[in-house]
Design a protein around this ligand. Structure first.
Ligand SMILES: [Fe+2]
Ligand SMILES: [Fe+2]
Length: 199
């Protein structure tokens, strides 16, 4: 067994490559993300009316019921998943997780939704509620504003009848069943793309 990568032999690499390929065939990226979200089912709500798991289901249910496309439903379902382990950069991390599978405008939405969401923190003691203003005129502004106002900021309602996670499984399955996109570093701008984190 090697102890450093430089010691790994061609046989070691063959074993690793075969094991990784078999593992990826067993469960799609979407199934793995569903598993991560499911693991948050009983998480502490940390003072909110509902926890992140319920908030995610509620946001995605609103998007689905509004007739949004599969991509936005997927984005809604996983938009706050990284908040379980990273607060400040959860939008950037969510974009990184989904980046190979989604369009540029939904990547942008995921990264920037954190600033757009602050517009609705009207009684919070700290945030800059106008953080989103620096994006005025941006081509993806309107959809991000709509996502936060209509699906996200209002999804802390204990009485809302959100769909259970299982209802999203077929959407996740068909969305991630598409041909695997080319590998690239998460959040690396594709050719001709703008940088994800705008100044
Ligand atoms: Fe968020
Ligand atoms: Fe959210």
């Amino acid at each position: 067994m090697f102890r450093t990568l430089e010691e790994a032999t061609p046989d070691d690499w063959r074993v690793i490559i075969e094991a990784e390929a078999a593992d990826r065939l067993q469960r799609s990226t979407g199934e793995r993300l569903l598993g991560l979200l499911a693991s948050m089912r009983d998480a502490d709500p940390l003072g909110s009316p509902i926890n992140l798991y319920a908030h995610s289901l509620q946001t995605a249910t609103r998007a689905l019921r509004a007739g949004e496309d599969d991509e936005l439903v997927i984005v809604s379902l996983f938009h706050d998943l990284p908040e379980a382990f990273s607060d400040n950069h959860h939008g950037l991390l969510a974009a990184g997780l989904l980046s190979p599978w989604i369009s540029e405008r939904r990547e942008w939405l995921l990264v920037q939704h954190v600033d757009f969401q602050q517009f609705h923190f009207v009684n919070h003691p700290r945030p800059d509620t106008h953080a989103r203003d620096r994006f005025a005129g941006h081509p993806f502004y309107a959809e991000t504003e709509h996502f936060c106002r209509v699906y996200d900021q209002n999804s802390f309602d204990r009485d809302y009848a959100a769909l259970p996670l299982e209802e999203f499984a077929p959407i996740v399955a068909r969305f991630f069943a598409r041909p695997r996109p080319p590998l690239r570093p998460p959040c690396a701008p594709r050719a001709g793309r703008r940088a994800l984190v705008a100044k």
